[in-house]
Design a protein around this ligand. Structure first.
Ligand code: ATP
Length: 257
């Protein structure tokens, strides 16, 4: 059996006295799209911050390609092939679209590869090519999301950590972004760990899913099977007629499986 590309073992992450992640273990195989779903404040963003080195875990380990990266720092983690698209995009508002893309490629020395990837992201998002000289701060929310994702691609990553790409976007733009996420995965072979509140979208594009509640994984399965579970239908997909069983389980909260 081949080792997973990314493996978190028993991770605990804190903000001062607040325990945001309480013993999370998960794995992502090469070439997969894996999603972590959960309500507001469940700890989804904290998992991504811990992987990308913004937060050091208090306990547990993060392994990437079989190596422990728990304490190597964010810059080294980018160099090893992990790009993080944070919640809220965080583009550089006073740089142009093109300059933002170049910032994504700052660790690379292969100028031809960077030029080639720039054309690829412009083909994914032609509006960015039209706006190449415009300040990123003047782009719409959807365009900034496109730019943030494009900037991550410019780093040439093996794994992209994608935090709530649908946040604040219209359903049409959300679909557009997700279509490109799937193309990045299929055409470039990039592995994707996707954190989302839009469970419907995430379960449609991902292979495998984890459900996070109060900093703990309470369920994991293939997305195909997760979509069929009453609890998921009722509380994440908003299907009210999913059955009373889901409601009873939710109230007890201990009988998720
Ligand atoms: P959301 O969808 O709202 O971003 P989330 O599932 O991503 O939610 P996190 O942002 O990871 O959740 O937050 C997990 C917990 O950690 C929450 O209780 C949150 O209030 C807390 N938290 C997050 N960031 C900080 C911070 N910088 N300082 C203190 N507490 C924080």
């Amino acid at each position: 059996m081949t080792a997973p590309l990314l493996a978190l073992s028993n991770i605990e992450s804190v903000y001062g006295p607040i325990k945001a992640i309480r013993g999370v273990s998960l794995s992502v195989d090469k070439g997969q799209i894996v999603t972590v779903l959960g309500a507001n404040g469940a700890g989804k963003s904290t998992i991504l911050k811990t992987i990308s080195g913004i937060l050091e875990p208090r306990k547990g380990s993060v392994q990437f390609r079989g190596e422990d990266i728990s304490n190597v720092g964010p810059a080294n983690i980018v160099r090893r092939g992990i790009s993080h698209v944070p919640e809220g995009r965080e583009v550089f508002p006073l740089l142009t679209v093109h300059e933002n893309l170049l910032m994504g490629a700052y660790t690379r020395r292969d100028r031809d590869g960077v030029a080639c990837d720039t054309e690829v992201v412009y083909s994914y998002f032609p509006i960015l090519k039209e706006r190449t000289s415009q300040l990123a701060g003047l782009l719409s929310g959807g365009q900034q999301q496109m730019l943030a994702l494009s900037r991550a691609i410019l780093a040439g990553p093996e794994l992209i950590l994608l935090d709530e790409p649908s946040l604040g976007l219209s359903p049409r733009l959300t679909r557009e972004i997700f279509e490109i996420v799937v193309r990045i995965n299929r055409e470039r072979g990039t592995t994707i760990l996707l954190v989302e509140q839009n469970a419907n979208m995430a379960l449609n594009v991902a292979d495998h899913g984890y459900i996070l509640e109060n900093g703990r994984i309470v369920m994991e399965d293939s997305c195909e099977r997760l979509r069929e579970k009453d609890d998921i239908k009722e509380f994440y997909l908003g299907m009210k007629d999913a059955g009373a069983r889901g409601e009873r389980r939710w109230k007890k909260r201990k009988t998720w499986r």
